[in-house]
Design a protein. Sequence first.
Length: 252
Amino acid sequence: MLKADRTSRILTHLTETGSADVHELAGLLRVSAATVRRDLQELHDQGLLHRTRGGAVTGAVNLELPLRHKHGTRQAEKRRIALAAEQLVPDGAVVGLTGGTTTSELARVLAERGGITIVTNAVNIAADLIVRPDIRLVVVGGIARTTSYELVGPAADRMLAQYHLDIAFIGVDGLTPQEGCTTHDEMEAQTDRAFLRSSARSVVLADSSKIGRVTFARICPLSDVHDLVTDGDVTAAQEEAIAADGVRILRA
C-alpha cells in the first residue's frame, strides 16, 4: 500500500472511531507497527492528529481532513454517485460545482460529455477542466481555503449573484433532517448558499458516511434541497426522514 493511501486510511479510521492504537492500525493496513508509528508521527507533525502513547486520537470532533487525504476514500461510491448525478444535467446546461471529492468526480464525468458551462469555486476542478475545449469554464474568485481548495467569501458570493445556474451540485460534510446540510467552515457555508440561491435546482452529493453527521457551519435546511444523490448504504429510516422534507433521494 502506498504511503498516501495509508495516511488516508489512518485519518478516515480516526475520524470514524476517535482513537486507535498502533497494533490495530497495523492490522488494518497490513503493515508493520514501525511503519504505522512513522506515519502517525508525520501526521502529528502536520497537525492532523494527536500522537499518544501506543496510538493516536483526533483531538477534535468531526476533524476536517485536507482534500488530498480524502482522495481515494470511498472512491467506488463517489464514482457511482457522480455517474448518477450526471443524468440530472440537461444538454447545454449551466452547472454549478462546489469543492469536494464527490463533486470533483462529477466534474470528471461531465468533462467527458462536454457542451455545458461549469461554474466552480474549486481550483482543483478548474485545473482539471481548463484543458477541456468542449467545456465552458467560469471560475469564481475569493479567499483560498487550503483544506478544500475552494475560493470563498464575499467576492465569491457577489460574483455568483450575477449568474443564473440551471443546476448546482454541492458537497457537504454532514446532513441530518434536524440540522440540514453542514460543513466545517462558515465562509464555505456562505458561498455554498450563494450557489444555491443562484440555481434553479439544488442537488446535494453525499456518500452515506455523511448522513447523520453534523459539522460546525450550517449551509441550508433540507427544504432548500431538491435532490440528494447518495449510495446504497443509507438506511431506510434515514431515507424516510430525509424524504419527509421533500427531498428526492437517488441511490447510486
